[in-house]
Design a binder for this molecule. Sequence first.
Ligand code: IMP
Length: 433
Amino acid sequence: MSSTAVIGLQWGDEGKGKIIDSLADGADLVVRYAGGNNAGHTVIVGSDKYVLHLIPGGILHPGTLNLIGRGLVVDLEALLEEMDGLIARGVPVEERLRIDGRAHVIFPYHRHIDGLVEQWLGAGRIGTTGRGIGPAYADKVSRTGIRVADLLHPEFFARRLKAALAEKNALIEKVHGHEPEDHANLQGRSLEIAERIRALIVDGGELVRSAYREGKRVLFEGAQGTMLDLDSGTYPFVTSSWTGIAGIAGGTGCPARWLDRALAVTKAYTTRVGEGPFPSELNGEVAERLRKAGNEYGATTGRPRRCGWFDAVVARYACEVNGLDGIILTNLDVLSGFGDLQVTTSYRHGDSLLPGFPAEATVLEQLQPVHQSLPGWNEDITGVRRFADLPAACQDYVRFLEQQMGTPIERISVGPDREQILVGEHGQLDLWN
Ligand code: IMP
């Protein structure tokens, strides 16, 4: 029996797509458990680039089943577009994809409200992806949401949709002064899409549990990152789901105690998209160089990512709350030629050094990062495949991060291709055991 989770250690965009793709190679079932099409997982296969938003990262592998777990919010139009895009490129999506009927649906009114609320918040906005994620999760918690399986019962669905729209349209018209959403078109179109995906809708929890019981390899695919987690992250500048290890049981129906291995992906520096605290953030020339070298533009929205040094306080905190077995370090190649590198090792607030990662966004915005300077390296490392062949300063940088996190670095990625990866000095050859 074997289950492995791969999650994000920072604010998302850590390069999980490539890692999940490589682990999916040996997986029988790949399961997304949180978020929606706010995610953007990039996978490069030879000269082909795939960006997955909603569909799990095992979809390109023959023999791997992929489940959109019950913890997701599913935009039906976005799902269809992504399915059709893959089918057009020869991927047998319908053979390899399943959707948990308990997952919630994102309707156009959720996207509409997402934008309106951001406008309403003005300077206090979150900087969401505008995909309707927050409003759909809010409905789930308010018990006014509609689930994927509800679409298979047209009368029940029509009743729920009518009630939801009455409330949403009151908000859209009366509070925000916008045009209401149309009921009949939305109902018809949703049922049309439901027919198309009918055969893919399953009891996802049952699927995961039986796969695990049968000794199959199950890979849980995280989206976003720990610092965007609704509870552990930099609230309120977070997404609306449980992005860390804690989200897996709730978001899939797989018992929490059945997770055998917990891995997280982190960049060798830090990025963040959207608003919110970012203690190790850089501005000016170094930030611009990092953004260019790392091609730091959002895979979903195209927004330029904010860039900063590796923040070991964030990393330690995220290792701790997730209880990790190992780390996968990505984008190490991006740091070649940067000169001396800084790592944030602690935070100063007023006269004192903070003992951990503070809960309050206001404290996070006032604190001063304390840095440790480390020598950089100039060599291109994109062709290196063994830890011992990395430049000495680069090895030391990796060792320093490992020691700061107190967690072994299992893999180091030195470029976007599947092959550009090496086993860390203390890494295991087989990540499934
Ligand atoms: P939402 O998930 O669209 O509600 O956005 C909430 C916050 O999470 C915003 O700061 C987004 O930029 C951020 N976010 C959501 N998904 C991702 C992601 O996949 N990568 C990086 N940031 C994300």
